[in-house]
Design a binder for this molecule. Structure first.
Ligand SMILES: Nc1ncnc2c1ncn2[C@@H]1O[C@H](COP(=O)(O)OP(=O)(O)O)[C@@H](O)[C@H]1O
Ligand SMILES: [Mg+2]
Length: 252
């Protein structure tokens, strides 16, 4: 058994070519989603192999490099080629998940419930949850935050994660300082996705999601323990407020 690098929540270990992760209240719903993706032949997510004798979920290992515990983005995650591949992954994902209807009573960590017209999306498909192998994005692991959303808000959130459109302070901490490149990177992402809406609506969607996330971190982090408390102590809610403010001036 080897502990895999990276992870900000439950973490993961590798056992004989498989990945084992803690089962949580939403795991059964996530498995229904991952099984749908597998049935549809979508290659960009782990497959579910079951639950082991210790009660952990068993998933296939996505081949490739990951960010692990790196504080700054590795070279592969910064290129335009990867940005285009992430947009293509998002497009293919939306096509695949369109036919997924969650099982009755499905529970999602985000707390959102599915209604016809919504899609279940990853919600945390950042460079920290990506695998990359020989010049190609293999896919995304860590589906714990999967939950219902609209396609439009998912496009916006994916763009935010990969352009990226965090606050300048956060972006600098991640080793990405070419702020002038961001409008062109956003355009590249949206064109590669095949986005037909306006850039303005994408920016507004990102700001709306940031508001919800900041409020959620403040609400759930107030208890002083767990993931949200760590995020709150790390200043993530304040960084989101700052990003919302900075995006008001983003070229569109
Ligand atoms: N299916 C997978 N394929 C390849 N690597 C994985 C997979 N799942 C997890 N990992 C590795 O384990 C690390 C921690 O897993 P992750 O699911 O992201 O934990 P957390 O929920 O704590 O963020 C990841 O950064 C990655 O390196
Ligand atoms: Mg993770």
């Amino acid at each position: 058994m080897t502990r895999l690098c990276g992870g900000n929540d439950g973490g993961a270990v590798r056992v004989k070519g498989t990945v084992r992760r803690p089962v949580r209240e939403w795991t059964a719903s996530v498995h229904a989603l991952l099984r749908h993706l597998e049935r549809m032949g979508f290659p960009g997510a782990p497959c579910v192999l079951g639950v082991d004798e210790l009660g952990r979920e068993i998933l296939t290992y996505l081949e490739g490099e990951t960010m692990g515990d790196a504080p700054v983005w590795p070279p592969w995650s910064r290129t335009e080629e990867t940005l285009v591949q992430v947009a293509e992954w998002t497009r293919a994902y939306h096509e695949t998940v369109a036919s997924f209807v969650p099982p009755p009573g499905a529970r999602w960590r985000t707390g959102a419930s599915w209604t016809p017209g919504a899609v279940v999306v990853h919600n945390d498909a950042t460079p920290w949850n990506a695998a990359w192998h020989r010049g190609r994005l293999t896919g995304f692991f860590d589906w714990d935050f999967a939950g219902p959303a609209t396609v439009d808000s998912d496009v916006a959130w994916m763009a935010h994660a990969w352009v990226p459109l965090h606050s300048r302070r956060v972006t600098e901490t991640e080793g990405l300082c070419d702020f002038d490149a961001r409008p062109a990177r956003l355009r590249l992402f949206l064109d590669a996705y095949g986005w037909r809406g306006s850039t303005d609506s994408v920016i507004k969607e990102i700001q709306a999601r940031m508001r919800v996330r900041a409020a959620q971190i403040r609400r759930l982090g107030a208890s002083g323990e767990g993931l949200y408390a760590r995020l709150l102590r790390g200043g993530v809610a304040d960084d989101l407020d700052q990003a919302i403010h900075e995006l008001h001036d983003f070229p569109r």
